[in-house]
Design a protein around this ligand. Structure first.
Ligand SMILES: [Zn+2]
Length: 487
């Protein structure tokens, strides 16, 4: 059977790339034979394949379907199951990760783990590499995610993660490691300690940027931001100084999709926010050792830079407390009302030259009749591009746009070239008009496409401006009222 040959190739791959011990090969092979409902096998000598795991799995699936081992619709399930069998046990993998960390350093350890998760097919790198992505001239990065479902109703993101059976308690609980109904046979996590408590790290299967992962509290408790959060974030970048880490605002419509479980997001890419500079510095009496200021950024962001952990924690906590209790009805800022809390922050940190660089992003999820999805959310004219929550990653300048746009924008580009917006794409009037102007009379497909990208980056910038809770003037007023600067 060709299926046998493909299983031999997968075993050879696992020996070469997934740390499968030769002594375990017959045992793992027998587990695979049983999982596939086979009763015999033929061994053959094969070289360890050099190709991407996705190619091997496609070959394996094709052979197994052709030979009636499983039906085509079950191929993803069996691929996931077999890759789980070929991967190391979680405790062994965790031990190996910490061994690399101790011997070679943090960057080597995360690199090793990332490659492992690509090779065992948990991180779908081949899919990710197909996502369109470009840098805007305004400093923002735009990607179109072809793999992720779009939650057009921002309130649905939360219910989408509700778990009917109660086990695991949510989609990011440690109990998901190896859980078949959610396709988590291949999920592997590594342990770490933040603030003296057990946490774990895992890469995101459909990462939005280089080595995108989440850091999860081992205990299933709701997301929250307080003094402890700042301690944890600094502990993380102490352990992984080549990564950034941040915490989503823990409220609906402006934060993460899993509010029920305490977690952070981070990874190995310098996001646009970290490239922005302070545009106006201020100092706080007693905290002169820290550099502080308003960030030159379309959203409302403070930056705090320094080495003194205690002082940084105190300032971040002051900024958090001031904002979560702040109300200015003239500006439509209402910290809380009958529908709950509305003000929150997203803190995010990197370590550069031994200094912590904190960014505190002020967020509000307050709604009005005019803006039922949020006053400080993407305004309705931009919903055709982005209606989902503007979470931590977008607030830092990396926009993840829905996959449907690839087809839609290609059609709108044709309309622009033809100087006629068809009825079907009437929702794209704003883009049609603005790109037409940007083209300056040159409607070649290259020029239209180029200007469409400019337009997308520009709309993303305007969306970030929508999320800003203050203008520059209002920001100074706020800082004065809060005692951060004096008149
Ligand atoms: Zn959970």
């Amino acid at each position: 059977m060709k299926t046998f040959f493909e299983i031999n190739r997968l075993l050879a791959f696992a020996k070469a790339r997934l740390g499968l011990n030769s002594y375990d090969v017959p045992f793992v092979r027998n587990s695979i034979i049983d999982a596939l409902g086979l009763t015999t096998f033929e061994e053959s000598e094969v070289e360890a394949p050099e190709c991407d795991i996705s190619v091997l799995l496609a070959d394996f699936s094709a052979a197994a379907i052709e030979e009636g081992v499983f039906a085509a619709e079950l191929a993803p399930y069996f691929c996931d199951k077999i890759m789980g069998m070929l991967s190391l046990r979680p405790s062994y993998l965790d031990g190996k990760f910490h061994e690399v960390y101790d011997k070679e350093g943090a960057a080597q350890a995360t690199e090793w783990l990332y490659n492992y998760c690509v090779d065992n097919n948990y991180v779908k790198k081949a899919v990710l590499d197909k996502n369109p992505r470009f840098d805007g001239e305004n400093g923002l990065v735009v990607t179109i995610n072809l793999a992720k479902p779009e939650f057009r109703d921002p309130n649905k993101a939360k219910s989408g993660n509700a778990v009917a059976g109660g086990y695991p308690k949510c989609v990011i609980c440690k109990d998901n490691e190896g859980f078949a109904p959610r396709g988590k046979f291949t999920l592997r996590t590594v342990s770490l300690r933040l603030g003296g408590k057990p946490w774990f790290w895992q890469f995101s299967p459909y990462g939005y940027f280089y080595q995108h992962g989440i850091c999860v509290n081992t205990e299933h408790i709701p997301m929250h931001i307080d003094r402890e959060t700042f301690v944890n974030l600094m502990d993380f970048v102490d352990a992984f100084p080549h990564y950034f880490i941040g915490c989503n605002a823990c409220l609906e419509r402006i934060g993460g999709s899993v509010l029920a479980h305490d977690h952070y997001q981070g990874g190995g890419e310098v996001l646009p926010l970290f490239k922005a500079k302070i545009k106006e510095e201020f100092t706080l009496p007693g905290y002169e050792s820290l550099q502080m200021g308003i960030l030159d950024w379309p959203g409302t962001v403070f930056r705090i830079v320094g080495t003194d952990r205690e002082k940084i924690i105190e300032v971040c906590e002051k900024m958090r407390v001031c904002w979560v209790d702040y109300t200015d009805e003239n500006l439509q800022i209402v910290c809380r009302d009958a529908s709950g809390q509305h003000n929150s922050i997203s803190p995010t940190v990197v370590k550069r030259n031994g200094k912590y660089e904190f960014n505190i992003i002020l967020r509000s999820n307050v709604v009005s009749e005019e803006f039922p999805d949020g006053i400080f959310h993407a305004h309705p004219e931009f919903h055709v591009i982005k209606k989902e929550s503007i979470g931590l990653i977008e607030a830092q300048g990396l926009f993840i746009l829905p996959g449907r746009l690839v087809g839609q924008l290609a059609e709108v580009e044709k309309c622009i070239a033809n100087k006629n917006l068809t009825e079907e794409y009437a929702d794209f009037r704003l883009l049609f008009d603005e790109v037409t102007v940007l083209c300056k009379g040159d409607f070649s497909s290259e020029n239209v496409h180029e200007n469409m990208r400019k337009e997308l980056a520009d709309i993303c910038y305007r969306i970030l401006q929508n999320t800003a809770v203050f203008t520059d003037e209002q920001m100074k007023d706020y800082l004065e009222k809060m005692g951060f600067i004096s008149k």
